[in-house]
Design a protein around this ligand. Structure first.
Ligand SMILES: O=C(O)[C@H]1O[C@H](OP(=O)(O)OP(=O)(O)OC[C@H]2O[C@@H](n3ccc(=O)[nH]c3=O)[C@H](O)[C@@H]2O)[C@H](O)[C@@H](O)[C@@H]1O
Length: 418
């Protein structure tokens, strides 16, 4: 029997509808897959590599007034310092010390969330009470930096803003390049064009000694075998400092800090999270080198580091350039700021156990190959000679002060540490 044209058309229509529905589903599916997988559809505001995209509010007469007042010199020292990373551990302590002796101090910090930002806010509140204003902004923001130099003729910059931590570099390498290289260059560019040019003291790191085996580490030793990207960016910073000193006559002093610890410290550092986890009854990973080799650090107490920073600022000579042009050779220095007595990490844990009156659950594991070095040990004779640097706090005494602060800050362990 022959099908009527109507039946034929209806069949054709049905099959086209089925095809259309089929392809619509496929298309819709593809759109959904694209939507959920595309990074741009999910901007991940918590992703640290995107932290730089944050915008900050600055400027205006009230803001400028606060900047000026914070940077006003109140001593005969005639020093006015821009402290980058002022809400950080070392930045807070040095800013407070500078303010105490009457120097002008202005802070700058981007308050990123590498570790609990509420700790940075608490440090900010502390500085605020002593008259130090922290401008919120990133060192990569050249317009902001230029504005700050327009408002205040800083005599010095203490550059401490950085992406710290040796192990985190495997997780977020971009943040190290962003802060420790691009940020440093952005800052030096503005400093070189400032009139007058400031003298710059900045934080390098003991990690530049990398895989060196000769101890103690001296400033004369090689620094060309870094064990982490963090160390490599600090080493790059030292070379960048050389370039800006050579071309533009900027006075530059790099300070190689050795595992700084103390009250208001960084929660990503071992002594800090060991304390938190011992109190919580959680096990703590203690690294050990091959063949049960000891892992040790030249732990340096914050007050000693503060003295070293002040001495570096006080002995820094003026930059020689102006208007972006070099007028003559300028000072270029590098110093170790350590404690000169390395302590095994297992001894650090024993001290904490005694201070906290809690036994640690020790989880001994192999030293990871993600940036850690087996030991550090500073030769500080150069800093001793030229800065009068003389560390005076041993690990036992320093940890005692840290633990006292920790227990009061975290309310006897009731408030959770980040
Ligand atoms: O001196 C420096 O230049 C560096 O000091 C520290 O780096 P690090 O010495 O590795 O400090 P921690 O991460 O606190 O580690 C201290 C010691 O504990 C050990 N550790 C760390 C973490 C862990 O889970 N277990 C453990 O045994 C490490 O191997 C190291 O020997 C800082 O984190 C860096 O920002 C700084 O630049």
């Amino acid at each position: 029997m022959e099908k009527s044209p109507f039946v034929h058309n209806r069949l054709r229509w049905h099959s086209s509808l089925a095809k259309l529905t089929f392809w619509s589903f496929i298309f819709l599916g593809l759109i959904l897959i694209f939507f959920f997988r595309s990074p741009s559809s999910n901007p991940l505001p918590q992703d640290p590599s995107r932290r730089s995209l944050r915008t900050y509010n600055w400027g205006g007469p009230a803001w400028e007034k606060r900047v000026r007042s914070s940077a006003r010199v109140r001593s005969h020292n005639d020093i006015s310092v821009l402290v980058t990373g002022a809400a950080g551990f070392v930045g807070t302590h040095v800013s407070a010390a500078l303010k105490r002796r009457g120097d002008g101090v202005l802070g700058l910090d981007n308050f990123n969330d590498y570790y609990d930002p509420s700790l940075k806010r608490a440090r900010q509140a502390l500085l605020e009470r002593s008259g130090v204003f922290i401008v919120e902004g990133d060192i990569n923001d050249s317009a902001l930096l230029r504005k700050l130099f327009e408002v205040v003729a800083f005599t010095h910059v203490l550059h401490l803003a950085a992406q710290a931590g040796v192990r985190y570099a495997m997780e977020n390498p971009g943040s190290y390049v962003h802060s420790n290289i691009a940020g440093l260059v952005s800052l030096l560019e503005v400093c070189k064009s400032a009139n007058p040019q400031p003298a710059i003291v900045w934080a390098s790191s003991s990690s530049v000694y990398g895989l060196n085996t000769k101890v103690p580490f001296s400033e004369k030793d090689r620094t060309d075998q870094p064990a982490s990207l963090y160390a490599a960016t600090k080493k790059a910073g030292e070379e960048i400092a050389h370039t800006y000193n050579h071309i533009y006559g900027l006075s530059l002093t790099g300070l190689r800090f050795f595992t700084v610890y103390g009250p208001w410290g960084r929660p990503d550092m071992a002594y800090f999270f060991f304390t938190r986890d011992i109190l919580k009854g959680k096990s703590i990973p203690i690294f050990e080198a091959a063949n049960h080799g000891t892992v040790a650090r030249d732990f340096t107490y914050i007050d000693d580091i503060v003295k070293g920073c002040l001495a570096a600022l006080d002995t820094a000579e003026k930059s020689t350039g102006s208007g972006g042009k070099k007028k003559g050779p300028a000072q270029l220095r590098v110093y170790n700021l350590g404690n000169t007595s390395p302590v095994p990490v297992s001894d650090l844990v024993s001290i904490l156990e005694r201070l906290l009156k809690v036994n640690a659950k020790r989880d001994i594991m192999k030293l990871p190959r993600n940036g850690d070095v087996q030991f550090t040990h500073a030769n500080i004779s150069l800093a001793q000679r030229e800065l009068g640097y003389k560390p005076s706090t041993d690990l036992q005494a320093g940890l005692k002060k840290f633990v006292r602060w920790y227990l009061s800050y975290y309310n006897g362990g009731k408030k959770a540490a980040g």
